[in-house]
Design a protein around this ligand. Structure first.
Ligand code: GRF
Length: 207
C-alpha cells in the first residue's frame, strides 16, 4: 500500500499544521502532505506550506456570493486533492453536513478542551469561566455536530490560579502539537477502529 496523502484545512496561524509538517519531515508520520486548503488569504499557514513546497488551495470565503457557493468550492478542493485523511487544524468555519458525510471517517479535528466540555469558540475561556481545575485538548473524528465526533486522543492540562485565556491556551497548545501528529500517525498506520462512539487503538496496523 502506498503512502497516505494528508490534506490540512486551516484558517490562521497554522502552528498545528507546522507540527504535522515537522513529524512528516522527520519520518515519524509515514505520509505525504498533499495540500493545504484555506479559506483565508492572509493565513500564516500559507507561508508554512510555501516553505515546504506544499500545494495551497485558497478558497477565499469573501469571494463567494454565499455560503452555498463557498461550500461547493471547498468540497471540490477537498475532492481534487485526493487525500486519504483531512485534518482540520484551526479551521474556523462549520462544515456542512453533506461535506462531513462525504468524508466520513476520513476527517479529524483538534479542539483546545477536554470534550465533551467546552465545545465551540473560546474553549479555554469557557474552561476558566466554569472554574475547572483540569483543562486540556482533544483530537476527534468529525461528525455532523460541533466538536462531537468519536474521540481519538485527549491530554489534560492543569489550570493554575493566575491563568488567563492566553496563558492557558499557550500551555494547552504545547500538547495539541503533540497529540494531533500522534493521531495522524495512528491513522496513517491504519491503527484506529471506530466502534460506535469509541475509537479503538490497535497495537499494530491492519493490512
Ligand atoms: C488551536 O487552538 C486549535 O485547537 C483550534 O484552533 C487553534 C489553531 O491554532 N481548533 P493554529 O492555527 O494551529 O496555531
Amino acid at each position: 500500500m502506498g503512502m497516505k496523502r494528508i490534506a490540512v484545512i486551516a484558517s490562521g496561524r497554522g502552528s498545528n499544521f507546522q507540527a504535522i509538517i515537522d513529524r512528516v519531515c522527520d519520518g515519524t508520520i509515514p505520509a505525504q502532505i498533499a495540500c493545504l486548503i484555506t479559506d483565508n488569504p492572509s493565513a500564516y499557514a500559507i507561508k508554512r506550506a510555501e516553505k515546504h513546497n506544499i500545494p495551497v488551495s485558497l478558497i477565499n470565503f469573501s469571494e463567494y456570493p454565499d455560503r452555498e457557493h463557498y461550500n461547493q468550492a471547498l468540497e471540490k478542493a477537498m475532492r481534487d486533492c485526493n487525500a486519504d485523511l483531512f485534518v482540520l487544524a484551526g479551521y474556523m468555519r462549520l462544515l456542512k453536513s453533506e461535506t462531513v458525510r462525504a468524508f466520513s471517517g476520513k476527517m479529524i479535528n483538534i479542539h483546545p478542551a477536554l470534550l465533551p466540555s467546552f465545545s465551540g469558540l473560546h474553549a479555554q475561556q469557557q474552561a476558566l469561566d466554569y472554574g475547572v481545575k483540569i483543562a486540556g485538548c482533544t483530537v476527534h473524528f468529525v461528525d455532523e455536530g460541533m466538536d462531537t465526533g468519536p474521540i481519538i486522543i485527549q491530554y489534560p492540562v492543569v489550570v493554575l490560579n493566575d491563568d488567563t485565556e492566553a496563558s492557558l491556551a499557550e500551555r494547552i497548545m504545547e500538547f495539541e502539537h503533540l497529540i494531533l501528529p500522534q493521531a495522524v500517525k495512528l491513522i496513517c498506520e491504519d491503527r484506529l477502529e471506530i466502534s460506535g462512539r469509541r475509537v479503538i487503538i490497535n497495537e499494530s496496523g491492519g493490512e
